[in-house]
Design a binder for this molecule. Sequence first.
Ligand code: NAD
Length: 498
Amino acid sequence: MTLAHTTQFQVRGPVSGTSVSLPPDGQFIGGKFVPSTSSTTMTIENPATEEVLAAVPAGTVDDVEAAVAAAVAAKDAWAATTPKERSDILHRISNIIETNRTLFEELEAANTGKPAAVAEDDISSAVDTFRFTAGAARTLTSLAAGDYATEHTSIIFREPVGVVGVITPWNYPLLMAAWKIAPILGAGNTIVLKPSEQTPLTTLKLAELIADILPPGVLNIVTGLGSVVGQRISEHPDVDLVAITGSVGSGQKVAAAASSTVKRVHLELGGKAPVVVFEDADLDAAAKGVRSGGFWNAGQECGAACRVLVHESVVHEFTDLLIREVRSMVIGAPGTGADVEIGPMISRAHYERVLAALEDVRRDGLTIALGGRPLDGPGYFIEPTIVTDVPAGAAISRTEIFGPVVSIETFKTDEEAIQRANETVYGLAASVWTTDATRALNTPRRLDFGTVWVNSHLVIASEVPWGGFKGSGYGRDLSLYALEDFSRTKHVMINRGS
Ligand code: NAD
């Protein structure tokens, strides 16, 4: 028997009168903010209060043209800088973010509604991304120069790709921008970046604060819709590579648009991370891991621990432990305490999508063991939710809900656990919970996911790669592999025979 569902979650309401430091108006092109060619704007909302925070230009194809022209004009000089010169600039960017940490945390929290703990982690991770890359960009290695054909000497150059288009999502706005900007600049490329139409503020603020330390045109930011600005960046003949972090559908559109110019594509897309809990696992640790890994950023996380597969012999014990963990979670708006763990959904549209997914769960006859309801506004808050009695193949196991919803299903054998965990179009991340050394080594090798944690979930470090397989895309963020992804090799072979 699992515990009865008795919890009534409450939202700690928003603190009124908080002000944030907004970026200047306009598009950031050629080293300064310039007016958009469009007079239409997009409204930026605080999802914890439903108040309007700002308006930014709904950019146009002409804005993209101007930004790409600036990036093209800047690319040769930037590519000719030494790794040390670029590294020095990346260090200065990390220092600027750190010096302005509070400003960035407050602005990010206001634009996303995320709790202080998540905003702080985002900004710390952005600082570390620039710091790590500043060092890593000076250590690129390749095959040694040498004679691989008789009387011919081969040299391998690692070169920048050129102009890189970047398209970012709303869940970690500054951090996802940092994951791209740092290695792309570190590898010697110039950038045209489109932030999410819902969360452009911290990216624009970063541009404002680093405008003086980057040569004009090296970084350009164009706000606007994916279907207009994102589409034009993806198809533009002078953009040499396009990188998107976003949903599978948007990744498919970017890849299709990019195909007309055969440019390189770097895709970091959605996920539906399985959490495989074997009968020998430390169940308490696994429940704590799902609490933090499943509900971080209110589950609006591509690697969220959202789909638990637990051995049938321990499902009741595990479910009780997880309900105990999750029902004590604190829900609130930014500014209502350092202990807040869950904020709102990013927008009314996303809130309605998550509630519709919960309606589907009810219609499918699954059990909502905890939560499952919207919370009183203002703000788009939804209770942390645990769904149980999920049969194999259920819709909730296959579709990314991207909200505070964790489902639990059971398995009988190791073979079944591995097969069911792999039964998803996604391949971003997974975790395995066991105290058995053989299982700890063998199970990850058979799971089709770019990251597999053992007895942990959602721990990320700048030195190690992040990226998916299958529908979650290809390309790696973080680590030396990101620098490789955003550069190209050239072989020069010299005939030195007589
Ligand atoms: P989204 O796909 O709606 O939007 C992402 C970006 O793509 C936005 O900037 C959007 O404007 C742009 N876009 C939309 N249509 C486009 C088009 N036709 N051409 C070019 N650009 C277009 O995603 P979202 O809702 O902002 O973010 C959530 C999604 O991102 C989830 O699926 C999540 O799993 C994924 N995500 C993945 C990672 C990862 O590392 N793999 C990290 C964070 C988020």
